[in-house]
Structure formats: structure tokens, C-alpha cells
Design a protein around this ligand. Sequence first.
Ligand SMILES: [Zn+2]
Length: 454
Amino acid sequence: MTTRPGPQEAHVPVKPKHAPAAAATPDPYFPTSGDHRYRVHRYELALDYRPGPNRLAASARLSAVADAALAEFALDLAEFRLGRVLVNSKAARYTHRGGKLRIRPAKALAAGAAFTVEVHYTGNPRPVRSPWGGLGWEELTEGSLVASQPIGAPSWFPCNDRPADKATYQIAVTTPSPFTVVASGRLLTRTTRASSTTWVYEQTAPTSPYLVTVSIGHYRPVPLATRPAVPQTGYVPERLVPEFTRDFGRQPEMMAYFTEVFGPYPFGEYAVVVADEELDVPVEAQGVATFGTNHLGGGWERERLVAHELSHQWFGNSVTIADWRHIWLNEGFAKYAEWLWSEHAGGPAAATHAAAAHGLLTGLPQDLRLADPGRKLMFDDRLYQRGGLAVHALRRALGEDAFFAMLRDWTSVHRHGVVGTAELLGHASRYAAAPLGPLFEAWLERPELPPLPG
Ligand SMILES: [Zn+2]
């Protein structure tokens, strides 16, 4: 799918949710991830995890639909010892190497057929190696966390690891009773037997594999807001509770503001985990964000991270990119959310942040194409800054009322869907007095930095 805009595309109608075109090809940045010939609707994961020896004994049951006739299909799964692998409750042949579990069902699947896959596996989960360091399941001094973006999900469960393949999840985690388990979704039950407790979470919103998370640790729940607002809870090491309460004290206000400018919060709850370790960067998951101890301490540099992670619930988690070329749609809007919050909270205006970002980028190499940065530059800081600037340029081009109407409708039309840059151009053009093709061309397709907008 091309994202290159042209004048004739200025009034492309908005594509329906789950645009099939986006789902039909392998990801250009991670061509070995996922299998685009089927879609998963639901995962049921049952994990038994022992933190000391870092030992996982698990089963995964997937409900899926074949989009083509399949004599075999693949799941992504890191190195584990495999037990039974069943398709439609019947033992299936498989091979497992290089992170791919290739399964050959006893009976081939017909195009359009619904099917189930059950995989039993055990082992010591560890992060998947990547150019950005280890991704996925990470053992901590006391417990574990999951931070998968972009390709770490197979470190702990067999999945169709494509952002466009969204499913609902049930996650049951059994672990020694002193530990607290936080996972994507709503806690359904918590049952203690002998010295172990089983925590069952249900995520009913369609969720990309990379956004599924589990955190296990010694955490104290800290309610930040309860109903009728969106329930917001911190899970924090006991000694850090006062600091957390101070640093995240404005998050409910942020939630109220973002709900006003981005539209209704897309999920049932929002949890913030502060892992008892220093982490490189905070990371978003579905209805959850994970921070490190080093992200506490106050000041704008940390407050902006609170806003950034929260905004990903709209931009990235609900409105999800069809493939990783479109990463700027996550990070550009999250960067701009930081600036909007600053403006709203009485700090510097978004225009001031934009000018600073522009000044920064002026002195850096201009070899990044926002709409398709390449795998190497997909998490480059320039993508974040320029992404924020591109959104600012859009705001200046549309004007205040049209820009915010466009933003709210974008998260509403594509709620729980998948999008690319072409969808944003088509959508935003409906709110513009003049064609947006030239603006998209300058900010998204060309590497040279355009002048500061407005
Ligand atoms: Zn981000």
C-alpha cells in the first residue's frame, strides 16, 4: 500500500474499520513476523510462573479464521520446550525453529474456516533480541514485566505477531501469593490455593499482540481515580508510593483533558505499573503503561512521559498502525499530546514546543522520511519530534475548530481499528479548506525539514 499523497487523493473516502488491504501483506520492516493468511479473534493464555527460577509453564488457546485454504500455518514463538500442539482438538505436526512454530493440521483448513489452536509449552522466558535491545518478557530482581514493542510478544506466548491482527484476550496467571499480577484488561477473579494465587484478566477490546502485557512484582495498588471517571490505578513498590502519588497526581486531570480533545477513553481502565528497576523508556500496553523507578522525580521531562504514555491509549492502542512503516502515527500524536497537555496545564504553548523541536531538528541530519522511516530509524528521536511538528502543521492548516473536530472523529471512526498515513490524509482532507497533499508531501514524504508552521 502506497502512502504517497497526490492531489487526486485529497478527498479519498475514509476506509472502513479493519481495512482489509492493510492486512493482506507481510510487514515490510518485519517480513518474518506474523502470518497474514489467517486472523486470530481470541487468545486464552494460562500461565504458571515461578519468579525465582524464572520458570513458565503455559498453554495458549487461539480461536482464528483462515483467510485462505491452509495446509499449514505459522505462529511466532521464541524458544520453549513444546508439549502438545492441537488444531481443532486434534494433534498436529509441527516444526519449531527460528522463532517460527509451523503447524500442519491433521486436516487442511478451508478458506473461511474457523479453527482453534492449542499450544502447551514450558521454559525460561527471556527477551527477544533486537536492534533496540531485549524485547518482551523480562525477568526482574523480584518478578517480571513485558514490554514487547515492536516484536517481543513471542517471548512469552504463541501469536500471530502483526499489529493489524487484533484479538480479545483472557490471561490467567498463577504465581506465588505474595506477588501482585497486573495484566491488560479487567481483573475477573483472584483465587488463592495453597501458596499460589491465580489472577484472571479479561481484555474485551481488540488488542495487538505487541500491546499485551503482564507485570508480576511486589506492588501496592494506588487508586488515582475511580468510577464514574475512568478507573486509574498505580501499581507501585511500597516505598515509592508518596513519590508516585505526587508525580502522577495530575493524571486524572490529563485523562479528563484528553477525553475532551481526543474523544472518549477507548478502554475500561488504565493501570500504571512502576517496576522496581530503572528502565530505558516507559512503554505503553493495552490499558496499561509501565514506568521505571527512574521515571519518578517530577519536573516537565517526567510529566511529559505521563502524558505521552496515556495518549498512546488513543494513538497506537485503539487506533493502531496497519504495519510498522506508519509508526509516526503513534509517536507523532503522542509527542503532540505532550505539547497539548503543556499548553492546557499552563506551561509553554504547543507552538513554543514546536519551535524548540524545529530548532533541534534544523541542526540534525535530514535523512528521515516520516511516512516510511525504515526499520533502523523507526524509534529515532527525530521521528518523534518531526511527528509532533507534522501534527502541529496540520493544526495550523486546518485551524483550531476543524483540527480538534478532525482529531476526535479520527479516534472515533477508527476506534479499535487499523490505519496508515493514507487514511489520515483522506480523513483530514474532509476538514480542510485547501488540499492537504502538499503538506503531507512536505512533512511526511520528503526528508528535508519544512519551515516552522504558522
Ligand atoms: Zn511513544
